[in-house]
Write a protein that binds this ligand. Structure first.
Ligand code: ST9
Ligand code: NDP
Length: 515
C-alpha cells in the first residue's frame, strides 16, 4: 500500500487553480489514488457564462476523469466548489464557506496564478502576490492545517544561469509593490514596470518571484513547501499519455507549426528544452504534501521539478520529433504543409518572418477579399508572431537548476510510492513523449478524430502540388522577365531549347531504327 495515498485518506484538501491545467490533473490523481479522502475544496469563479457548478460538472465529466468514476463513483459528493475570485482581496468567499474552509482544511495546494507573459503588472501582482498573501493569512487561521504547498515556477529567477533551491530576494519588497499598486494609476505602473522587472523577461516571472518572497516572509509557523516546475507539458503516463488542455508553453506552437502557420522560430537547437510532464509535477506535488506534513522540515523547502538535470532534451530534438510526428499524424485543414525550422540569427529570423509569415498572410487575405470573404490571416499571424516573440526568451537559453531536495525526497519514498507517485524523469523516453504530446494536441486540443488522417494526408498532398505549381509559375515568370531583358539569358534559353530538340529527334530516330 502507498503511504502517500493512505496519508491523503480522510483529509480535507483545498486546491486553488483546480480548474487550470495542473489543478485538474492534481484533482484527478487525488481522487484516483485516495478515493477515501474526505473532501476537496476548490475555489472556482464563474467564467464564459458558466456557473461554478456547471464548470465542475464539465470537468468531472471530461475524458480526464474517466478512470476516477470507476474508483470513486461518489466523486461528486467529495468535491466542494466554493465561489471565489482571487482578484478580490477577500476572494469574495461567503462567510459560511470561509468558516468551513478555516475550520476543516488539512492541506492547501496553491496552484492559482495568472501565467500570461503580458499581463499588466497590477493584475499579475494581484493574482500572483496579493492572492498568495491573502491565502497565507487564511492558512494561519486553520487549526487543522498540516501543510501549505505553493506552486511557483522554475523561471521565477530566470535572470540567473544557475538556480539553487533557495528563495532569491527581489530588489523591492513585495509589501511595497502591493501597496504601490493601490494608489498608482495604470499609466505610471506601465512606465515603471520595465524598471521593476529588471532583467526578467515579463511580469509573470517577476511576480512569481515576489510570490515566493511573500511565502517566505508571511509563513509564520506554517508548514510550507514551494515547488518550481519548468515548462509543463502534456501528460507522460497518467491517467493516459498526451493529455493537455491549453495553449500555453509548447502546445500553442505545436498547433501553429502543425497547421502550417509557423514556419520558423528563433531558437537555439542545442539549448535545453526543459519540459516536464504535468503528471510528473503532480506526483512530485503530492509527495511533497505528504513529506511536508509528516516530516515537518524545520524550514521551507524548495523543490525544482525540472528534467534538464536528469534527462536533458534540446529544442532541436524536440522540433525534429514534432515534425516527424506531423508526417505520420498530420493535423486537419492545414494552411500549409508543416515545415518549421529554427533560426539562431535575428536578421534571418526577421527575413523568414517577412517571407514565410507576413507575405503569405497578406496574399491569402487578398485572395479572401477577392472571393468576398473577410480577411483574417494577417491578424492571426501577427498575434502568433507576438506569442512567439514572448516565448523566444525561453528557447534561446539554458538554465541549471539544483535538484538536491527533489532527489532527497525521491530517496525518502518507498518502492511502492516511487511507483504510484513517479516523478523520476530519467525513465522518460523523449521521442515517445513528444510523439504522444503531438497526438494529444490533435485529439484533446484540436478535437480531431484519428479517422480523419487519410483525408488530412490527402490535403497535404494537394498543398504540396499547389506549392510546386506556385513555385514553377513563379520561376517561369521570373525567367520570362529575365529573357526579355538579357541577351545572355536568351542565348542560354535558345541553347537549352535546341539541345532538347536535337536530343528528342535523335531519340525518335534511334527508336525507329530499332523496329
Ligand atoms: C518546429 C516547431 C516546434 C514547436 C515546438 C517548440 C515550442 C517552443 C515553445 C517554448 C515554450 C516556452 C514556454 C516557457 C514558459 C515558462 C513556463 C511557465 O512558467 S509559464 C506557464 C506557461 N505560460 C505561457 O505559456 C503563457 C504564454 N501565453 C501568453 O502569455 C499569451 O497567450 C500571449 C501573451 C503569448 C499571447 O497573448 P494574446 O495575444 O492576448 O493572445 P491570447 O492569449 O489571447 O490568445 C490569442 C489567440 O492565440 C492563441 N494562443 C494563445 N496562446 C498561444 C500560444 N502559446 N501559441 C499559439 N497560440 C496561442 C489563443 O487560442 C487565441 O486564439 P483565439 O482565442 O483568439 O482564437
Ligand atoms: N503551465 C506551465 O508551464 C507552468 C505553470 N506553473 C505554475 O503552475 C500553476 C498552475 O499553472 P497552470 O495550471 O498551467 O495555469 P492555468 O492558467 O491553466 O490555471 C490557472 C488557474 O488559476 C485560476 N485563476 C486565475 N485567475 C483567477 C481568479 N481571478 N480567481 C480564481 N481563480 C483564478 C484559473 O481559474 P480559471 O479556470 O477560472 O481561469 C486556473 O484554475 C501556476 O501557479 C503556474 O505559475 C509553473 C511552471 C510552468
Amino acid at each position: 500500500m502507498s503511504m502517500i495515498a493512505a496519508f491523503y485518506g480522510g483529509k480535507s484538501i483545498l486546491i486553488t487553480g483546480a480548474t487550470g491545467f495542473m489543478g485538474k490533473v492534481l484533482m484527478e490523481k487525488l481522487f484516483r489514488t485516495s478515493p477515501d479522502l474526505k473532501v476537496i475544496y476548490i475555489l472556482v469563479r464563474t467564467k464564459a457564462g458558466q456557473t461554478t457548478q456547471q464548470r465542475v460538472f464539465q470537468i468531472l465529466n471530461s475524458k480526464l476523469f474517466e478512470k476516477v468514476k470507476e474508483v470513486c463513483p461518489n466523486v461528486h459528493e467529495k468535491i466542494r466548489a466554493i465561489y471565489a475570485d482571487l482578484n478580490q482581496n477577500d476572494f469574495a468567499i461567503s462567510k459560511e464557506d470561509m468558516q468551513e474552509l478555516l475550520s476543516c482544511t488539512n492541506i492547501i495546494f496553491h496552484c492559482a496564478a495568472t501565467v500570461r507573459f503580458d499581463d499588466p503588472l497590477r493584475h499579475a501582482v494581484q493574482l500572483n502576490v496579493t492572492a498568495t498573501q491573502q491565502l497565507l493569512l487564511m492558512a494561519s487561521q486553520m487549526p487543522k492545517l498540516e501543510a501549505f504547498i505553493h506552486i511557483s515556477t522554475a523561471f521565477s529567477n530566470c535572470n540567473l544561469k544557475h538556480i539553487d533551491e533557495v528563495i532569491y530576494p527581489c530588489p523591492v519588497e513585495p509589501k511595497k509593490i502591493i501597496d504601490s499598486m493601490e494608489w498608482l494609476d495604470d499609466a505610471i505602473i506601465d512606465e515603471i514596470t520595465p524598471k521593476l522587472i529588471g532583467d526578467r523577461p515579463n511580469t509573470y516571472t517577476y511576480t512569481k518571484a515576489l510570490g515566493e518572497m511573500v511565502v517566505q516572509q508571511e509563513s509564520g509557523n506554517l508548514n510550507i513547501a514551494i515547488i518550481r516546475p519548468s515548462i509543463v507539458g502534456a501528460t507522460w503516463q497518467e491517467p493516459f499519455p498526451g493529455w493537455v488542455d491549453n495553449l500555453n508553453g509548447p502546445s500553442g506552437l505545436i498547433i501553429a507549426a502543425g497547421k502550417g502557420f509557423l514556419r520558423s522560430i528563433r531558437a537555439t537547437p542545442m539549448a535545453v528544452a526543459d519540459l516536464i510532464p504535468v503528471d510528473t509535477v503532480v506526483n512530485l506535488t503530492l509527495a511533497v504534501g505528504w513529506y511536508t506534513a509528516v516530516h515537518r522540515p524545520k524550514s521551507t523547502l524548495i523543490y525544482h521539478c525540472t528534467s534538464g538535470n536528469f534527462n536533458p532534451c534540446n529544442w532541436g530534438k524536440m522540433g525534429f520529433q514534432v515534425l516527424a510526428t506531423f508526417e505520420k499524424v498530420p493535423f486537419e485543414r492545414a494552411f500549409r504543409r508543416p515545415n518549421a525550422d529554427f533560426t539562431t540569427n535575428t536578421i534571418t529570423s526577421q527575413y523568414w518572418n517577412a517571407v514565410s509569415h507576413r507575405a503569405p498572410a497578406i496574399i491569402y487575405d487578398f485572395y479572401l477579399r477577392l472571393t468576398g470573404r473577410k480577411p483574417r490571416m494577417t491578424k492571426l499571424m501577427n498575434r502568433l508572431l507576438r506569442t512567439v516573440s514572448m516565448l523566444e526568451y525561453f528557447v534561446n537559453r539554458s538554465w541549471e537548476w539544483s535538484t538536491y531536495n527533489t532527489e532527497m525526497l525521491m530517496s525518502e519514498l518507498s518502492p511502492e510510492d516511487q511507483r504510484v507517485f513517479n516523478f523520476d524523469v530519467r525513465q522518460l523516453n523523449w521521442l515517445e513523449y513528444i510523439e504522444n504530446y503531438v497526438l494529444g494536441v490533435k485529439k484533446y486540443l484540436l478535437k480531431e478524430d484519428m479517422a480523419g488522417i487519410p483525408e488530412a494526408k490527402q490535403h497535404l498532398r494537394r498543398l504540396r502540388n499547389i506549392h510546386y505549381l506556385f513555385n514553377t509559375a513563379l520561376f517561369l515568370i521570373a525567367w520570362r522577365l529575365l529573357i526579355a531583358r538579357s541577351q545572355m539569358a536568351r542565348n542560354v534559353w535558345f541553347f537549352i531549347v535546341s539541345f532538347c530538340y536535337k536530343f528528342l529527334s535523335y531519340f525518335r530516330a534511334s527508336s525507329t531504327l530499332k523496329v
